[in-house]
Design a binder for this molecule. Structure first.
Ligand code: DP6
Length: 315
């Protein structure tokens, strides 16, 4: 009745931004991500027949309010789907700056889906586990797997799941931690604004479909420069779209990191940036260049280097 799981964070190279079904958390488009080894969540779920509600502890703090509601509502869905009659004590530790645009919800709900089903003795296959993680947070569907991962948008609960594409061991991501405080508008609320802008939404869907096809091609061809430049322009488009819906995540410091990346690239080193719902900038590069360029980013911000991570597992 108890199980502990560890799941890594992933960053999207082709972004998920916007939902076509809020209740089932179905995305507007498919997306592609890279699982990182430096940031993860460790979660223990213990079912207890004497409990009358779930108990949630994150980083040794008892959680109430909105964050608790999100998790307990998720557990209600999971209990309903798998006929689990018990409430649970959920203890979670984040080895990632929470809510700072580093997608801690991806590792959090992947670890929770895995621990909560295993604790009840269920052995879901990765595909089903991915759909289940998606119900908690879309990006969590991709953290079930290591390496490069494709999340199929699908049209209902079971057809919207992620799958492992390939493992590229020579990739590295330099995460520039520009702002570690929680963001002002969370990604769920920000992306739902897109529904009020039909033209922008259309532009986003079509561009993302094109970028996704190009990215798949680049991955098959093992063409890092192509992957990097598609990821970079796609992330810039996402931030343009976000800005048009009245939210702004990037700061002057983010732009300085992006400018530095272009400068280093002009010197012949393959570096590309991508940003999620926050000010932090992630630099995609290859392992062999990390030592040469890291110090230049450290002049602008705190830096954490990450490599390709594995999928969710038991501890
Ligand atoms: C910018 O997965 O946090 O990181 O499904 O509402 O929980 P919810 O959204 P979430 O959104 C992630 C958005 C993103 C891009 C991405 O990871 O694809």
């Amino acid at each position: 009745m108890t199980h502990t799981a560890i799941a890594n964070v992933n960053i999207a190279l082709i972004k998920y931004w916007g939902k076509k079904d809020i209740e089932w958390n179905l995305p507007l488009t498919s997306s592609i991500s890279l699982t990182l080894d430096a940031f993860y969540t460790k979660t223990t779920v213990t079912y207890d027949p004497t409990l009358t509600a779930d108990i949630l502890l994150i980083d040794d703090e008892i959680i109430t309010g909105g964050e608790y509601l999100r998790v307990t509502k998720y557990m209600d869905k999971l209990r309903k789907l798998y006929s689990i009659p018990f409430y649970a004590k959920i203890t979670s530790y984040n080895f990632v700056p929470k809510k700072a645009g580093l997608a801690s919800s991806s590792s959090a709900f992947a670890a929770l889906a895995y621990a909560a089903t295993k604790a009840y003795g269920l052995n879901l296959d990765s595909k089903e586990l991915s759909s289940l993680a998606r119900l908690g947070s879309g990006s969590a569907s991709r953290s079930i797997y290591g390496g490069l991962v494709l999340w199929h948008e699908g049209h209902d609960h079971m057809s919207s799941y992620a799958e492992h594409l390939t493992h590229m061991d020579d990739l590295a991501v330099i995460v520039c931690l520009i702002d570690e405080t929680p963001k002002k508008v969370n990604s769920t609320d920000a992306m739902n604004r897109l529904n009020e802008y039909p033209d922008l939404k259309e532009l986003w869907i079509l561009s993302t479909q094109d970028a996704l096809n190009d990215m798949k091609e680049a991955i098959i061809e093992n063409d890092f420069d192509k992957m990097g430049s598609i990821a970079e322009s796609h992330a810039s488009l996402m931030h343009y779209i976000i800005q048009e819906t009245g939210v702004s995540y990037l700061t002057d410091q983010s732009f300085k990191v992006m400018d530095l990346t272009e400068k280093i690239r002009n010197e012949g080193i393959p570096v590309y940036y991508t940003m999620d719902a926050g000010a932090n900038v992630k630099i995609l590069t290859k392992k062999e260049y990390v030592e040469t360029i890291k110090a230049r980013y450290e002049k602008l911000s705190k830096v954490i280097v990450s490599y390709t991570g594995m999928g969710v597992s038991s501890l």
